[in-house]
Design a protein around this ligand. Structure first.
Ligand code: CA
Length: 230
């Protein structure tokens, strides 16, 4: 039998910590808890978790500082669990290498979906998948081609590049600044308007109902997500 993936829960609120633990254990993962940054770092060294659920508001240290430490010391995937009003923190967390975030109060099903996606991505990242399919759209990252219902879709280079960045990290939120930096270059990382236009065009070309996008979804103030990738 394969070992259960190990999840480290870093959260100073005992009630939320328990909710998280019950949810992940019921889904078959092994959970460890830490209530402070200090406990979290020593638990990470001992348990070598595959995934960390990280609250940013910790009593002894800013959770943002922990993201890079976890990634450097354990290679763990980090999902930030953060309050709704902390948009700037979510953006910073993604910039620092967090894999995704979840907003409190969270829904258990949504939490587990994020965990599954993040863990699956760890494996996919190692096998180097070159196509992504969502709905009737197929993105071929090797040939830089996109088909919808078998028909080739003509995309501008920027449209393709944005879609490819989303497809490389399917079902995870990619920050506005990261997309702008990668596709337009570091000088343009504040030009969210460029990105909005390109995303609008992509939705026109790829979505069944562009006014109610289900494929390229919006994370308000943070970024976009390519959903439903199989
Ligand atoms: Ca907290």
């Amino acid at each position: 039998m394969a070992a259960q993936p190990r999840i480290l829960i870093v959260e100073d609120d005992a009630h939320i910590r328990r909710l998280l633990r019950v949810a992940v254990e019921r889904a078959g993962y092994a959970a460890t808890e830490a209530a402070t940054a200090r406990e979290a770092l020593s638990a990470a060294d001992i348990d070598k978790p595959e995934l960390v659920l990280l609250d940013l508001g910790l009593p002894d240290r800013d959770g943002l500082e922990l993201i890079q430490l976890f990634r450097a010391r354990t290679g763990a995937t980090v999902i930030v669990v953060s309050a709704r009003e902390e948009t700037a923190e979510k953006v910073a967390a993604l910039d620092l290498g967090a894999d995704d975030y979840l907003t409190k109060p969270f829904d258990t099903e949504e939490l587990l979906a994020r965990v599954r996606t993040a863990l699956r991505h760890r494996v996919a990242g190692e096998t180097g998948q070159t196509t992504a399919t969502t709905g009737d759209v197929e993105i071929d990252l090797e040939r830089r081609r996109v088909r919808r219902a078998g028909e080739e879709v003509h995309l501008s280079p920027k449209e393709y590049d944005v879609l490819a960045e989303l497809a490389k990290r399917p079902d995870r939120v990619i920050g506005h600044r990261q997309l702008l930096r990668t596709v337009w270059g570091p000088a343009h990382e504040d030009h969210v308007d460029y990105l909005r236009i390109v995303v609008r065009n992509l939705r026109q070309k790829l979505e069944t109902d562009p006014a109610r996008p289900r494929m390229i979804t919006n994370e308000p103030g943070v970024g976009y997500r390519l959903t439903g990738v199989r």
